[in-house]
Write a protein that binds this ligand. Structure first.
Ligand code: PNS
Length: 159
């Protein structure tokens, strides 16, 4: 069984993330969306909220599981019998960080392969940070995230 992990902060999940999850689900027998507990950033949503939101978005994808992890991604991947790490690449600006992470993970565990999926052009500008900024300023985020996520953003910033 070909198992991949798709790790990230997902604070919150956007249509850009969902696009990568759907395409990875097509390529692998099983995809584990791995939500990082300690990515170094201070998240807006709790780990439980982030897992809940992703689970709701992925309801139609029967070979996708959503879990959280702490510690090293490579350890989580091994514990879950995954051989591949999937990451989305939006633009050249992503590349340096992604390249560094992929090489670091390979150094930590040479059995794991990082696979990059190039974002669709209509999502290549999208990031959770930009979505949070728009939502915090009262803007319309309906083109970037689901209604459920948009409602949760509204509740965080304007209730
Ligand atoms: O969505 P993000 O914030 O770009 O995701 C970054 C993430 C969570 C994939 C990365 O920070 C990560 O893998 N964290 C786990 C800790 C780890 O394994 N670090 C060493 C690899 S660089």
């Amino acid at each position: 069984m070909r198992i991949a992990v798709y790790p990230g902060s997902f604070d919150p999940i956007t249509y850009g993330h969902l696009d990568i999850i759907e395409r990875a689900a097509d390529l692998f027998d099983k995809v584990i969306v791995a939500v990082s507990v300690n990515s170094g950033k201070k998240p807006l949503f709790t780990i439980e909220e982030r897992v809940e939101m992703i689970t709701a978005e992925c309801h139609h994808l029967k070979n996708v599981e959503v879990r959280h992890f702490r510690g090293l991604l490579v350890d989580f991947a091994v514990q879950n019998n995954a051989r591949s790490i999937v990451r989305g690449l939006r633009a050249v600006s992503d590349f340096e960080y992604e390249f560094q992470m992929a090489l670091t993970n390979r150094k930590l565990n040479a059995q794991l392969e990082t696979i990059f999926l190039v974002s669709q052009p209509n999502y290549s500008f999208l990031s959770s940070s930009i979505v949070k900024e728009i939502a915090s300023l009262g803007g319309d985020v309906s083109g970037f995230v689901s209604q459920n996520v948009a409602n949760r953003l509204h509740n965080k910033y304007h209730r």
